[in-house]
Design a protein. Structure first.
Length: 155
């Protein structure tokens, strides 16, 4: 999302090769491909709603909070321009530029959003980084922050 132009958002455009080619989306083509047979069973759902619902389910089945789901998003034919997501090699000032200035998020919002790293892992061939963000990447909890604060991990 870009706060100044009021453009961007969850419009299902991640399925387009142009958006999958964005550097910050490297490797998401695998998830999109794996989700496609499931999406085919629910043609009434827009891709925009489907991908949001997939995220809701992922958070909930890994032990995270219940996330309300509100359908009604429309698919857009064109992806947003590249460069709206942060570069993983840059620090907190860069996060503030991308999420704060460009998207209108507060520092508290940025910290909460970063907590999503509690699940999953990085892959060297996709991001240049390798390994899970936490000691148990299949559980949604606050271990990402605990491990950062304890010095067990770098963020």
């Amino acid at each position: 999302f870009d706060v100044s132009t009021k453009t961007g958002g969850p419009f299902g455009t991640i399925k387009h090769p142009a958006e999958l080619a964005h550097g910050a989306n490297n490797g998401l083509d695998i998830a999109v491909r794996l989700l496609e047979p499931i999406k085919a069973e629910f043609p009434i759902l827009s891709y925009a709603d489907f991908y949001q619902l997939a995220g809701v389910v992922a958070v909930e089945i890994t032990g995270g909070p219940e996330v309300p789901f509100h359908p009604g998003r429309e698919d857009k034919p064109e992806p947003p321009p590249e460069g709206r997501l942060p570069d993983a090699t840059k620090g907190s000032d860069h996060l503030r530029d991308v999420f704060g200035k460009a998207m209108g998020l507060s520092d508290q919002d940025i910290v909460a959003l970063s907590g999503g790293h509690t699940i999953g892992a990085a892959h060297k061939e996709r991001s240049g980084f390798e390994g899970p963000w936490t000691s148990n990447p299949l559980i949604f909890d606050n271990s990402y922050f605990k491990e950062l604060l304890s010095g067990e991990r770098e963020g």
